[in-house]
Design a protein around this ligand. Structure first.
Ligand code: SF4
Length: 182
């Protein structure tokens, strides 16, 4: 198996890394998250992941893309579920396409570790994209690894974000006032 891991951020990658090392699965990480707004936050999550991948010796492909204008223009009439569905679609389609183009046999996503994400929807979209690009989707219910991942992130002093990513989720965040933008 040659696996490409769509990676939303450093903290979510930690548990996957332990899991893959234990199972002796070789993988590369792929950062493609145009949903992270504002740009300052995008850079913070990208750079946190980049340093962590470098530290643990995992190859990281960065697909630079920042799409706040698309979220403002195309998503503002959508309800939360449809907005997330489109958001997952954009990121996971690009992952499956990239994986197939570079010669990976499988892909999966760190989004599957979070109990706060729409797990079944992510799974459904991954299966559809796998089919579309002729590649396998590697699935497990990785939510069981969530707490462990958070602990590893804390031990490594990784930046842990306080909202999902888009400016809509920033507005809704209970921790909005605690965000340090520096
Ligand atoms: S809440 Fe998260 S998954 Fe949903 S649209 Fe915003 S960034 Fe994407």
């Amino acid at each position: 198996m040659k696996l490409l891991l769509h990676t939303c951020c450093g903290p979510c990658m930690t548990a996957f890394n332990e899991y893959f090392v234990e199972k002796e699965i070789e993988y590369s990480a792929f950062f493609y998250n145009p949903n992270i707004h504002p740009y300052k936050e995008y850079l913070k999550r990208r750079d946190t992941l980049s340093s962590y991948a470098n530290k643990i010796g995992v190859a990281l492909i960065i697909g630079e893309s920042f799409m706040q204008d698309k979220w403002e223009r195309d998503f503002n009439q959508l309800n939360g579920y449809d907005r997330c569905s489109n958001c997952y679609g954009i990121r996971l389609s690009e992952t499956a396409k990239t994986a197939a183009a570079i010669g990976f046999t499988h892909f999966t996503s760190t989004l599957l570790v979070s109990p706060y994400q729409k797990h079944e929807l992510i799974k459904q979209i991954c299966l559809k994209e796998a089919d579309k690009f002729g590649i396998e989707f590697f699935y497990e219910d990785f939510r069981t690894l969530f707490r462990k991942g958070q602990d590893i992130a804390r031990q490594n002093d990784l930046y842990r974000q306080k909202y999902c990513g888009c400016f809509y989720s920033l507005d809704e965040s209970k921790f909005k006032d605690k965000i340090d933008w520096d």
